[in-house]
Write a protein that binds this ligand. Sequence first.
Ligand code: G6P
Ligand code: MG
Length: 219
Amino acid sequence: MFTAIIFDLDGVITDTARYHYLAWKRLAEGLGVPFDEAFNEQLKGVDRMGSLDLILKRGGLDPALDERLRLADRKNDDYRQLVATMTRADLLPGALNALESARAAGLKVGLASVSKNAGTILERLGITTYFDDVVDANLIKRGKPDPEIFLTAAQKLGAAPAACIGVEDAAVGVQAIKSAGMLAIGVGDPVILGQADRVVPSLDGFDLAAFLKEMATRR
Ligand code: G6P
Ligand code: MG
């Protein structure tokens, strides 16, 4: 029996993944580091400084910490400008339905996002009240693929990891869910998210109630 469901934010609930991409691309190309969708896949789900380090490594750059912090701030300023105009219309198709179905099924609902902007984004989308608990980068030491963020969310929701479902669009995120001992739903490309227990192209049309029923008959 599942008692909780824990969602990633960027790329699952809303397409901020697109804005992260645009902001990182601008920064990387400004530094002369080539940046495309394929490389961006490696950044999905990775925290801000970790993402910056991957870009710098790709360009063979190794600036001092104060310069790295300045670069990360510049990216975040661009990103915040891009997300400032978001509204509920920026929810990905099926996201609201999934949140409502989770509630209707009696599941506790959590958020596990390594984004320090997670709270702001939930507010912009007007969906803060759908979550019983939110765990973001401010509450954890290790980012995905470490399971810490999902385990912390489960603990805050009072759910055993084995009774939790995690929903992710990033390969490192699916890895984090599986290392936490949870059931993983991947949203996106089955080639990239192969470790997930189920991969759906989007939450649009995903029937959580039917999925829970199917899982119950398997156990
Ligand atoms: C999410 C995104 C990453 C992003 C990270 C940190 O996990 O998938 O692409 O780098 O959050 O976001 P932040 O808003 O704190 O820079
Ligand atoms: Mg994501």
